[in-house]
Design a protein. Sequence first.
Lengths: 107, 233
Amino acid sequence: MLNRDEDILKAAEDWHKSGHGVALATVVETWGSAPRPVGSNLVINDDGTFLGSVSGGCVEGAVVTEALDVISSGQPKMLEFGVADETAWNVGLSCGGTIRVFVEKVG
Amino acid sequence: MQLATLAQLNVERAARRAAILVTDVASGEQRLVKAADIAADPLRNELSTQLRMGKSGMVEAGGKRLFLNVYAPTARLVIVGAVHISQALAPIAKSLGYDVTVIDPRTAFASPERFPDVPLIAEWPDVALSPLNVDRYTAFVALTHDPKIDDPALLHAFARDCFYIGALGSRKTHAKRGDRLRAQGASDADIARIHAPIGLAIGAVSPSEIAVSIMAEITATLRLPAKEKEQAA
């Protein structure tokens, strides 16, 4: 079954209640063609388990890695991904768009 | 995000109430504004615009860059008529993330064997509909072909401002339906809101194909700007 927004946010709450460190990633801006609309959520816990999406799977890996950092530091981060990005070879968006993702710790 | 804010957001979502999360992206500072509290909020203009469009986005206010994340309730599909098309439509709608409810007072139709894993109400629309809190985040289809069941259901859908209203039947059937509904107090504008014949014209023949055409039309109504919607119809 696909995860809906409620399921994703409920999972974040449940993970936190069961003692996990949790981060929430949100698409806050997009330029050009972007796979997921502004407002889309990805939640990540300290096991590296994640639900939801911020792209078509292109940058989730990178966001999860950054999220683990955010969980340990507690400091929110703004990430940007796009073909113009210097990391494009690794985690660029194949569709040619640019997205900005806000990652914050829950709790 | 504070755990309390997340918990509050989950409560609003479970109750099918819209809410907007306001985040200062520089500081991470955050607050949740419930739909009912927007009118009294200092950001009421920005908040109500975003909510009306159902779109999240960045705004500038008081020298700050704020991200407004609009959490509208999950779209819901109310199907009146536990008919063959509905058996195909319910699982398609579920896979698209809709909360689905099927209503039919005829217990031979509304049986759990025919609708596994779908909330099913074997009652007349006047009993079944009011506890459902049908709202503008609801798509509403009347598929029984029986005026005793479909007509009162459609009147309820008009009153609750459903974002999509569709009814099964040919143009001729629909013209007669319009006359009956007008006689019961529906306006011409109400009648014009009904998608009939239901579904996009894709040459659908089988119940499953008709279900696809209905779901495609619901999706177009939800997502397309008004002008392109006319072209799709």
